[in-house]
Write a protein of this length. Structure first.
Length: 260
């Protein structure tokens, strides 16, 4: 595991944006050999997406031969709903870059058969040859996507019932009304994430410090989904000083030393 330590969220986001952009450019994707990228929603990736849009507009980065798979979507929200992850991705990234619509994959929360939708999503990832880099954030309880505590670490894309804590946290996007928040979501599994060639998790703020601590220093446990990254051959956690505040000084010293 690599741990990248930056002073603040903006610098952590800029590092992450350039790291993945360089991966895409060095891969030199073509229509026959596309780069496959996993993406999250929420506040965590917004600065990363802003950086990519800037790079695209400056002629530094193209998404013409990039295929994307998003982590999750709420059950019951169609693509036009302002709080759907479809809407989020087009508003904050896809409408501003040169990605082809047919290369965008987001789970359909209003599919007639939700279980089949999940199976089809796994197949689509496999048919693309797998994901090269999966970008994600983490929740305060260490969840990745909607893989909340006690999710199986070998889980695949599936329907997930959300905890009351997750519903409460997400209510800020629904007029602070928990009754408006869907109680279920479709989400890639921990096993789906771990299949990616690289998994890069961005964590910012003191509220994420406990999750970062469990993800890096404590044993692997399905209580802390983030800890599964310890078993990944190319796992990276990028965090700011607040998110790293519960790590031992020796841990911080070690990771800073090897990144010199």
């Amino acid at each position: 595991m690599r741990v990248i330590l930056k002073p603040n969220h903006q610098q952590a986001s800029i590092w992450t944006a350039h790291y993945i952009a360089n991966k895409i450019k060095s891969f030199a994707p073509t229509s026959e050999r596309p780069f496959v990228l996993g993406l999250p929603t929420g506040s965590t990736p917004l600065e990363i997406y802003a950086q990519w849009i800037k790079m695209y507009k400056n002629g530094e980065l193209s998404f013409a031969n990039v295929i994307t798979f998003n982590m999750d979507e709420y059950v019951g929200l169609d693509a036009q709903h302002p709080q759907s992850y479809h809407h989020f991705m087009f508003e904050n990234l896809f409408n501003h870059i040169d990605i082809k619509k047919e290369n965008i994959h987001i789970l359909n929360g209003v599919a007639a058969d939700l279980e089949q939708e999940c199976e089809n999503y796994e197949k689509a990832i496999k048919d693309c040859g797998g994901i090269h880099v999966f970008l994600g954030g983490i929740g305060e309880d260490g969840h990745i996507a909607f893989n909340e505590p006690f999710s199986s670490l070998t889980s695949r894309t599936r329907i997930k019932t959300l905890t009351s804590d997750t519903i409460k946290v997400n209510s800020r996007f629904f007029d602070n009304d928990i009754n408006k928040v869907p109680h279920q979501a479709l989400t890639v599994g921990v096993g789906t994430l771990m299949d990616a060639q690289e998994v890069l998790i961005l964590a910012s703020g003191a509220k994420k410090a406990k999750a970062v601590y469990h993800g890096i220093e404590e044993p692997i446990s399905h209580k802390w989904t983030i800890s599964a990254l310890q078993n990944h051959r190319h796992g990276i956690i990028v965090c700011d000083e607040d998110a790293a505040s519960k790590l031992e000084p020796e841990t911080i010293k070690y990771f800073k030393d090897i990144e010199k």
